[in-house]
Design a protein around this ligand. Structure first.
Ligand SMILES: [Zn+2]
Ligand SMILES: [Zn+2]
Length: 419
């Protein structure tokens, strides 16, 4: 015997039936009584036990036919979902306010306490049918897509979860910023300074990667999250810099990332190329953005006077392992607070081959945030120690390339959910 047949429910069920309800709407007044029944079954059990009359949904006082339309509504949601790729889904419903008002009035009038909202029933019934038909999985917490059905207009809005791709980029040309750089004078509208382009720099790493990715995933837009950024005029070499590309509203999410990688490289090269592109979940974004890993640079140094290799080697040996005190560099002090930071130089090695005694190339590995140009020049004694300070002659960094950016170690825990 079902709990629904308990005499304590008799009076409430009779009061509900007097409104003229379909089986579902009657059963829904007792939705949380007992387990394992659909609301229509609940309605039938109650009607039989207490000799009540239920009526077809089309004439139902509360739903006015909605619950007789589960099948056609399922087909509408099904059509919308079949046009996109996903693994998990969720159905939501928009219902006319007057319907909800009638439902609420009935619940209050009969004093039923174990009810559920009409939308919850419709969502569940449609979801159940789609799971059975296609093997799709409902995920209430973090679905790939939420299909929101407007029951008045039979229209479906798809709210698609963003897609996250992790990779590393290299930049082989100078004067390419990592992200879009609007013209300072016109703020992007186009002026004579920027020849109408609206940009200070025509290309950006972000756009070179995002432009092929957006159509590939049939996405609406893309956001680029880099693990720090190099200067506009610095090359990014070696193993590349980690990034996560976030694609919003992607209608495709099951492609092979290596195919997209090839596509990106086909258009971004020779200026930029990427490698190791793979799916990650959204936790990878803060992980990559906040990663404070060490960086390795190759600095091209110009010396004011001819300087012997031995002198430079000695200076490098002192800098290797040194803790450097750096006041905010004068080149950025107009936009950053003036303070002293302490950063470590992990490695500092002179490249043996030198074109002449006034030039050198130095490999420097330092903590995240180490100002390398100032480590070379000393920045008018704002950085201590420095290469210039140690050799006792002015030295400038004329080119600075990033050759390695340490990757976040825990990234592998954020593997994609798809197989
Ligand atoms: Zn009804
Ligand atoms: Zn402009």
């Amino acid at each position: 015997m079902s709990d629904l047949e308990d005499p304590s429910h008799a009076e409430t069920a009779q009061a509900a039936a007097r409104f003229g309800l379909c089986e579902n709407c009657l059963g829904r007044c007792f939705a949380r009584v007992d387990y394992g029944y659909g609301n229509d079954e609940r309605g039938r059990i109650l009607a039989q036990r207490w000799d009540l009359e239920t009526i077809p949904p089309a004439d139902c006082h509360v739903c006015e036919g909605l619950l007789g339309r589960i099948e056609p509504m399922t087909t509408i949601v099904e059509d919308a979902l079949e046009a996109i790729e996903f693994d998990t889904f969720l159905v939501g419903t928009r219902i006319e306010a007057s319907t909800l008002t009638r439902q609420q009035a009935v619940y209050e009038a009969i004093g039923a306490e174990e009810t559920e909202p009409l939308g919850t029933e419709i969502n569940r019934e449609i979801g159940k049918r789609l799971e059975q038909r296609h093997g799709w999985n409902v995920d209430l917490d973090a679905p790939d897509v939420a299909a929101i059905l407007d029951t008045t207009f039979d229209h479906v809005d798809l709210d698609i979860a963003p897609l996250f791709l992790y990779g590393r980029y290299r930049k082989h040309a100078r004067d390419i910023p990592q992200t879009r750089w609007p013209c300072r004078r016109c703020q992007g509208t186009g002026c004579t300074d920027c020849q109408g382009s609206g940009r200070t720099y025509l290309l950006s790493v972000e756009e070179l990667i995002a432009a092929p990715a957006i159509p590939h995933a049939e996405a609406e837009d893309a956001t680029f999250h880099g693990a720090g950024r190099e200067d506009v005029d610095a090359l990014m070499l070696g193993t590349g810099r980690p990034f996560v590309l976030e694609l919003t509203n992607p209608r495709r999410r099951r492609f092979d990332p290596t195919q997209l990688e090839e596509k990106i490289n086909a258009t971004a090269k020779p200026a930029v190329d990427i490698e190791g592109l793979r799916f990650v979940d959204k936790e990878a974004v803060p992980l990559v953005k906040n990663h404070r890993g060490s960086k390795t640079y190759e600095a091209t140094v110009q010396l004011a006077t001819p300087t012997p290799t031995e002198t430079l080697k000695k200076a490098c040996r002192i800098l290797e392992g040194a803790e450097v005190a750096q006041r905010t560099p004068s080149r950025v002090s107009h936009r950053r607070a003036d303070k002293v930071r302490h950063r470590n130089v992990i490695r500092c090695r002179l490249r043996e081959e030198r074109p002449d005694e006034r030039h050198a190339r130095i490999l420097i590995q330092g903590d995240a945030g180490l100002y390398v140009k100032e480590l070379i020049s000393g920045d008018n004694e704002r950085t201590e120690p420095s290469l210039a300070g140690l050799i006792g002659e002015p030295a400038t960094c004329t080119a600075l390339d990033v050759v390695r950016v340490e990757e976040p170690e825990t990234l592998d825990e954020h593997a994609p959910r798809t197989e």
